[in-house]
Ligand binder design. Structure first.
Ligand code: ZN
Length: 369
């Protein structure tokens, strides 16, 4: 069966929901049609003309990009300007572009977790929290014989977590009534006859970002044609999510040794270093992309060294003065997440159903001489 763009988007957003993005970040479907069939997916950090050519060569009509293809509002679509040429080329060739940016930076297992994992940081915590998840209460009425089936389906979809406890629910037995109308096909009872059924009122908690997944699982496991359920907003807030990670190295080492490890782990030929190479470091903050503006937060959270891209001269001077070491491995290390994005999609559609590949033509624009 043909896979449509909307299923591709849903799969990515279950992992990196738009609610995790920084405000006003241009994310989501930027070019194309959610109804468009998915013939193949190319995953990239940026959409360039070379990347579009690569997609055409591979027969991939969907591109999943980390950075937006339309970052500022376009005022013209001119063939003699790069932005217009890019948009026209996408449209002319029927290529759809979906962007997952700061939501992917923030997501569990996203850019920042990948960067922290590669360095072996222990118990990494969020460096810059920017979203506190909202929680909902979901209540559903289930006939006794399907009680545990529905309960398990909802909890396996992610409902019912309180701290480290899963399957947290409350269940109350009672009597439900209903009268099946004309044209119905009731699981219990018959058309036109008032029924009384022993049911269980199951209530549990669900984070807003996965609410639709839980409702879908609940409806699938429930035997009724029309499932009775309610969703209430709560004043409680759930866990916080954010950019960057901070954690401890498995053992203390010099800044110089850490820099060598970063080069190896991030597969880069060179990096920029701020601070005494012989100083010992153990607490490391890392933030993919351009993170200079979060250096103060890294310092306040007790980081010895902050690893981030696009560090400018004055940020480097400020860090030196305040005793925070900096490592700039470049912005392009975010590419390390591309394989993870591919994995998430391949788990859903194993090749040859859909070919999902990371770009092999897009390179760091900076060269080291
Ligand atoms: Zn970036």
């Amino acid at each position: 069966m043909a896979v449509r763009g909307e299923s591709l988007i849903r799969t990515l957003e279950e992992w990196a929901p738009p609610s995790l993005a920084v405000e006003k970040d241009p994310i989501g479907l930027q070019v194309g049609d959610p109804e468009a069939e998915v013939n193949g997916v190319l995953v990239t950090l940026d959409v360039t003309e070379e990347v579009i050519d690569e997609a055409l060569r591979l027969g991939a009509n969907w591109i999943v990009s980390h950075h937006a293809v339309i970052y500022r509002p376009l005022r013209q679509l001119r063939g003699d300007r790069p932005a217009g040429r890019l948009a026209a080329k996408l449209l002319k060739n029927g290529i759809n572009v979906y962007v997952t940016h700061t939501n992917l930076d923030t997501a569990v297992g996203g850019v920042n977790d990948v960067l922290a994992e590669k360095l072996g940081l222990e118990n990494p915590d969020v460096l810059v929290p920017h979203v506190r998840e909202r929680l909902k209460k979901i209540v559903v009425f289930i006939p006794e014989d399907h009680h545990m089936k529905v309960l398990n389906a909802m909890c396996e979809a992610g409902a019912g977590w309180i701290g480290d406890y899963s399957h947290c629910t409350f269940n109350l037995r009672g009597t439900g009534t209903f009268l099946p109308g004309e044209g119905t096909d009731p699981y219990i009872g018959q058309q036109g006859k008032l029924e009384q059924v022993e049911e269980v009122r199951l209530e549990t908690i669900v984070p807003e970002s996965i609410q639709s997944r839980v409702v879908e699982a609940m409806i699938q496991a429930h035997p009724y044609e029309e499932v009775a359920y309610d969703i209430y907003p709560l004043e409680l807030s759930g866990p916080s999510f954010g950019l960057g990670r901070i954690g401890r190295l498995p053992e203390k080492m010099t800044l110089q040794t850490l820099a060598e490890r970063v080069k190896e782990a991030y597969e880069i030929p060179a990096l920029r270093l701020v601070g005494d190479p012989d100083r010992p470091v153990s607490t490391v903050a890392v933030l993919g992309g351009s993170g200079s503006r979060y250096a103060q937060q890294a310092l306040e959270r007790g980081a010895d060294v902050f690893i981030t891209g696009d560090i400018d001269y004055h940020a480097a001077l400020d860090a030196l003065a305040s005793g925070l070491a900096l490592i700039d491995p470049g912005h392009h290390v975010e590419r390390l997440v591309l394989e993870r994005v591919c994995q998430v999609l391949r788990e859903k559609w194993a090749p040859p159903e859909i070919q999902v590949v990371p770009t092999s033509v897009h390179r760091d624009p900076f060269q080291f001489l």
